[in-house]
Ligand binder design. Structure first.
Ligand SMILES: *Cc1c(COP(=O)(O)O)cnc(C)c1O
Length: 466
């Protein structure tokens, strides 16, 4: 046996308290009121392991006080519910990292009603026996999109996977090279496609794909033509993409279905709000798509869901596929989605669905709100005109005029970045934009009910140097 080379154990290691001593520290003992002894002891042991490793790497021994504070901090981080609610002052309406679409009051109430107890999720009250789970949603989807049938699953990536597994497994799907895109978080359409067992046949070039490119790629192995709405980026300049109706004609001439992944699920005309026109499921169905797929929590403004609408025969095949059971929508999302769709049925979406309230906010109203924030915050605050974005892979490059509260980072510790960090770590956490040496807060994405808490958080962040 040889002894390992290296310096002898540092005396600092012996300066560390024992597990029992650290457990006896008042800050750690107070954790024992809420959490079991073993769980707290485990945290203490891990904290001491880290301290030992840090000392071996040349660091100083932390004091018992610091260790106890670290354990307490770790406990608060670890043992609080996640995700926490935050205030989105970024002006990005569908912010994927912040949970996408906030829900309407009716959707929340519907979720609460169903979550608290039992529901007729799959029960026919008139007959007193098992009933259909999707019929109600299907009726609403038919009415809102003009499609023959509809089905809601867990999310749109799931709807795409289910569609391809059901209709194109072991066969080929033709998609434009410019549309075989990444949909965010590292997930790519071609990868989802491959998981379904389908083979991707990419046609055309990144910027230009013609009808004849699709035509040339049709073989006896082709199962479907897929069109993907370039929802999160924009190719500008020398471009060409085939129209949905042309692609539908082509697919149908060959006896193939046209599948249209729309992404956002927009049911209103975005052009009435000064934005580019976002294609709607109804237009897609009218143009001849056999199935149109979209998310529930982007421009639709509901809970996470993936929706397929289209020809009855195809939708029933999807519904019967074993994967549909694995991807099915849970009862809470079903309740929230149904309540959200009802806002559109009643023609009240722009008054009730938060995403649409935000899109429809007028520049004057936003100006008044920014000004009232400026007055409330006082020194160091100004307002300036700016732009909000839709986000969430919808309407790339499209912005809406707004007015921002601007906080000067020059006097704040750590500058604007330090101030923004204190806002994020405050209670409630506030997420804002940093631009040059200013922190910018956009009233468009802050609900009026959140304003008071936002202003308190801003004042706290400006006042504290921690
Ligand atoms: C967002 C998006 C998806 C994925 O939808 P999720 O509901 O997030 O699963 C798929 N396709 C397109 C074009 C999208 O924009």
């Amino acid at each position: 046996m040889t002894t390992p080379k290296g310096p002898p154990p540092s005396p600092d290691l012996r300066a560390l308290p024992s597990v029992d001593r650290l457990l006896g520290h008042p800050r750690v003992t107070s954790l024992l009121e809420s959490f079991p002894h073993d769980a707290v002891a485990d945290l203490v042991r891990r904290q001491l392991d880290w301290a030992r490793a840090a000392i071996r790497a040349g660091g100083d021994a932390p004091s018992s006080e610091d260790l106890a504070a670290d354990v307490a901090e770790r406990a608060t981080e670890l043992w609080r519910p996640h995700p926490r609610s935050v205030i989105n002052a970024t002006g990005v309406i569908i912010h994927t990292n912040l949970g996408r679409a906030p829900l309407s009051a009716d959707a929340l109430q519907a979720i609460r009603n169903v979550a608290e107890g039992y529901s007729d999720l799959e029960y026919d009250l008139a007959e007193g026996e098992r009933g259909p789970r999707q019929e109600h949603i299907q009726d609403l989807l038919r009415q809102l999109t003009g499609a023959g049938a509809g089905l809601a699953v867990n999310n749109n990536a799931g709807a795409l996977l289910l569609t391809l597994a059901c209709l194109a497994s072991d066969r080929e799907v033709i998609v434009s090279r410019g549309e075989a895109v990444e949909i965010g978080g590292g997930f790519r359409i071609p990868d989802v496609l491959r998981q379904s067992g389908a083979t991707l046949v990419e046609v055309g070039t990144t910027n230009r794909t013609y009808l004849r490119d699709y035509e040339d790629a049709v073989t006896p192995q082709t199962a479907a033509v897929l069109k993907v709405h370039a929802a999160n980026f924009k190719v500008i300049g020398f471009t060409h993409a085939a129209e949905t109706s042309e692609l539908a004609d082509l697919a149908h001439r060959h006896g193939l279905p046209l599948l249209h992944d729309l992404g956002s699920g927009c049911l209103l005309d975005t052009a009435s709000y000064g934005l580019a026109h976002e294609p709607t499921p109804r237009e897609s169905v009218e143009a001849g798509a056999d199935l149109a797929l979209f998310s529930g929590d982007k421009l639709l403004g509901g809970p996470q869901a993936g929706i397929a609408v289209g020809r009855g025969e195809l939708v029933s095949r999807l519904a019967r596929h074993p994967m549909a059971r694995a991807l099915r929508l849970d009862r809470l999302s079903m309740a929230g989605l149904s309540a959200t769709l009802l806002h559109y049925v009643r023609g009240e979406a722009t008054d009730k669905v938060p995403v649409w309230l935000m899109i429809a906010s007028t520049e004057e109203d936003l100006g008044r709100r920014a000004e009232s924030w400026r007055v409330a915050v006082g020194r160091g605050a100004t307002t300036l005109p700016g732009r909000s974005t839709v986000g969430g892979g919808s309407l790339p490059g499209e912005t809406l005029p707004t007015h921002l509260l601007s906080l000067d980072g020059a006097g704040a510790p750590g500058g604007a970045a330090g101030l923004a960090r204190r806002l994020r770590l405050g209670d409630p956490p506030v997420v804002a934009r940093v631009h040059e040496d200013r922190v910018l807060l956009d009233p468009r994405t802050v609900a009026p009910e959140e304003e008071q808490r936002l202003l308190d958080a801003v004042r706290a962040a400006l006042g504290s140097a921690g």
